[in-house]
Write a protein that binds this ligand. Sequence first.
Ligand code: GLU
Length: 306
Amino acid sequence: MMESTPQYRGRFAPSPTGPLHFGSLVAAMGSYLEARSREGQWLVRMEDIDPPREVAGSADSILHSLEHLGMHWDGAVLYQSRRYDAYDQALAELERAGHTYPCSCSRTEILKHAVVTGDGPIYPGTCRLGVNKQRLSYALRVRVSDGPVEFKDHIQGRIRRHLKQDVGDFVLRRADGLPAYQLAVVVDDAMQGISHVVRGCDLFSASLRQIYLQSLLGLAHPHYFHLPIVVNDKGEKLSKQTFAAPLDENRPVLELVRAWGFLGQDLPVLFEAASVSEFWAWAVPRWQLSGVPRQRQIPLSGLAGC
Ligand code: GLU
């Protein structure tokens, strides 16, 4: 059994871009089990600050699925769409300290000059020298430093990366005026007192950026755990865009057992007749973080017995 950590506060932070699917269930389950097995709190935050990507009704549908799967959260759900003032304040602080600069580059212009990685183009720093004054709208970027960002990932091991080489100066406020995900997450993790962030490896590069922003804003760094992500046969992350199948509402325990197996945990022999609450009562004390594969991604088709 893990030691009890009374100050543990974990969270699941879905974006309402579609219903909960198997990939997001894995992330929710990992964060839930790590929190509950340490007698910690588990919060849910709805990351609804990207209206163009949102799908109407999916915030409610995700919350309904979590409840149906017996994953009960502590406190009220925090909606990022109600927190714009807090993001503006953090941005103003970074601007005052000279960490940001306006950027007038269009995506096409960036792509012309940038090296593109799996996480997108590495911004070549064009507007560090000044913006194109004829443009009407500007994004705001943070200057990244030359030094490395380092952290201990409790699943993947010690990480040391250079943001300048891997990411470049990144956007904090988009040209359409919306705050960027990286900024909102850092502000909310701090405000909610999140001590442990358990989420998929697709957010690995996001963690580096977020740790960097925490340092600039003088905020505490949570502990990070990056779970393997579920990919399809083409190696694409399961998502609405890759047509991830919705969960089978009629067989919630089966879905939970599949996610449990994906996370490298010993599979129960017989679970046909169990309820979701029986599953969790069985699973929480048996959760072993050490069983989670240290892989970045695992194909759905490779799942034993699923
Ligand atoms: N909202 C992000 C997503 O659904 C996750 C954010 C996080 O866990 O920090 O991909």
